[in-house]
Design a protein around this ligand. Structure first.
Ligand SMILES: C[S@@+](CC[C@H](N)C(=O)[O-])C[C@H]1O[C@@H](n2cnc3c(N)ncnc32)[C@H](O)[C@@H]1O
Length: 205
């Protein structure tokens, strides 16, 4: 017996230009491209729908949402269907992600989050700032995760874009032996008032 009402994914798929999607999928079938897996749009929308529900975006008034490392934009595409204003940030290096962002009709800022460098000027503030499977919190050579100082700089900067009463949810990919999310960083986040649950970091302003 299902305890929760789980919306079907088909109505969301129906909002997508299917001819264009099938053409994209044909080109990426069997591709060894790093993010070729994202061509399976149905699968990734199914993964992202619970994220939208958990944040109550399926039943809240319109919000301004910023998704850091938005990838192909599955989360934002779904959030947009519920009436939210969505903006993504990603590096723009991956053709498939770029194509899906365009297919979904999403607004995206192209840029790379770097340690001790301010985020691009988004020109507006947000009610919700998210990052899923985030990989930006690593040194350039990916040998280590950000240290407490790098995290503090980033979070101070992110705060500039958060509206009063806004929320931040970061799902950090902690890597092998938590190398990208060590205990000292967890402590810093807790000190800043975060709720930390495994790899999930949650702030309310
Ligand atoms: C594993 S994918 C997750 C994509 C998306 N958040 C999702 O859950 O489907 C990680 C994403 O982070 C982006 N990314 C990695 N490092 C980044 C950085 N320094 N600045 C911005 N985006 C970054 C990648 O381009 C990629 O799209």
């Amino acid at each position: 017996m299902k305890l929760f009402h789980s919306p079907r994914i088909e109505p969301f798929l129906a909002k997508i230009d299917n001819r264009r999607l099938r053409e994209i999928q044909r080109r990426y079938a069997g591709s060894s491209d790093r993010y070729a897996k994202y061509a399976d749009v149905e699968h990734w929308l199914k993964i992202n729908l619970p994220r939208v529900q958990e944040l109550k975006l399926d039943r809240s008034p319109p919000k301004q949402i910023l998704d850091l490392g938005c990838g192909a934009g599955f989360f934002l595409f779904l959030a947009k269907q519920f009436g939210h204003q969505c903006l993504g940030l990603d590096v723009g290096d991956f053709l498939l992600s770029n194509e899906l962002i365009e297919l979904f009709g999403l607004e995206r800022v192209t840029g790379r989050i770097r340690a001790f460098q301010p985020l691009p000027d988004f020109g507006r503030k947000f009610d919700l700032i998210t990052a899923f499977s985030a990989a930006f919190n690593r040194s350039e050579d990916e040998s280590r995760g950000w240290n407490p100082e790098e995290w503090n700089f980033f979070l101070d900067d992110v705060d500039r874009y958060l509206r009063l009463g806004g929320q931040i949810l970061l799902e950090i990919n902690s890597g092998k032996e938590k190398r990208y999310f060590p205990a000292e960083v967890r402590d810093v986040l807790l000190k800043r008032g975060a709720r930390v649950d495994g790899e999930r970091v949650y702030f309310r302003s």
